[in-house]
Design a protein around this ligand. Structure first.
Ligand SMILES: [Zn+2]
Length: 279
């Protein structure tokens, strides 16, 4: 009898233990789901999440750089404020194997002609590593130097739709420069195809269906930064899957599947050369 009671107690204990164990696993499972969704927005930006997806081993379509002239002109320079400021620029024309030429304006603050040419060539080559389609609306890039005190800097790189990109050298880490450039070119060429256009609904529907965003930057600026951030993730998932972890790949395709489909429809209709990309 005693044994029976003990057995009963034991089985009761065992049953409770199993329930407890199940509950523990279940809570752990929920935490994992929660962690996964937290991962989707735990990175400030896509370029922080996806560094070096394009690197020195990638080919460039860059061919040549022609010096045009030295000229004083007005441009934005966020080191000084939100207005336009006059500076002297060395103006070049970068030529590519395929795709339109791009005007490269380098601030004379870089000093010697050698330094200025080096800066112009570096960013011209970087542009040539990205899909030809991304350069479609790009007319120019303006290259300024970094802030003297980089720790106080709020200026990174910025872009104007259908126009060009402002670069502040040294304000973006070398390992993320190509990815930030993808982000900026997306502002120039892809933003205007959706934001404030008849196709805006295509993007906003995808945003609603996906619910979450690829980064905190995209999440807090859904009408300005979401496309540029998602395009960086598209390049990683469709063209450089071998350079990102399986975890990051899964996170991208599970977090923004509908946005990826919109970008598939657009980018696969155009040239991704020199990248090789597939669904
Ligand atoms: Zn941006």
């Amino acid at each position: 009898m005693k044994t029976k009671i003990r057995n009963n107690t034991f089985f009761k204990y065992l049953k409770e233990y199993k329930i407890l164990k199940f509950k523990t696993y279940f809570i752990f499972f929920l935490l994992c789901i929660n962690n996964n969704s937290a991962l989707a927005t735990s990175y400030f930006s896509a370029s922080k999440l996806l560094k070096n997806i394009i690197n020195k081993d990638d080919p460039t379509t860059y061919k040549d750089l022609n010096f045009i002239k030295k000229k004083q002109s007005k441009s934005f320079d966020k080191r000084y404020g939100e207005e336009m400021y006059t500076a002297t620029f060395f103006i070049f024309e970068a030529k590519y194997e395929i795709g339109n030429n791009v005007q490269i304006l380098v601030n004379s603050e870089f000093g010697s002609h050698e330094n200025i040419a080096e800066v112009a060539i570096k960013y011209s080559k970087m542009l040539g590593k990205l899909p030809i389609f991304f350069r479609k609306e790009l007319k120019w890039i303006i290259i300024h130097g970094p802030w003297v005190d980089k720790s106080k800097c709020t200026c990174r790189w910025y872009a104007f739709r259908n126009q060009g990109v402002y670069i502040h050298t040294e304000m973006v880490n070398e390992e993320a420069e190509q990815e930030v450039l993808i982000h900026e070119l997306a502002h120039v060429t892809i933003d205007p195809l959706y934001y404030n256009s008849v196709n805006e609904i295509v993007w906003t529907n995808a945003q609603k269906q996906d619910v979450k965003s690829i980064s905190r930057y995209a999440e807090s600026n859904p009408l300005v930064e979401d496309i540029a951030e998602s395009v960086v993730a598209w390049v990683a998932a469709r063209c450089k899957k071998d350079r990102i972890s399986k975890k990051k790949y899964k996170m991208i395709v599970n977090t923004i599947p509908n946005r990826l489909t919109v970008l598939d429809d657009l980018i696969f209709r155009n040239s991704q050369y020199p990248l090789i990309c597939k669904k």
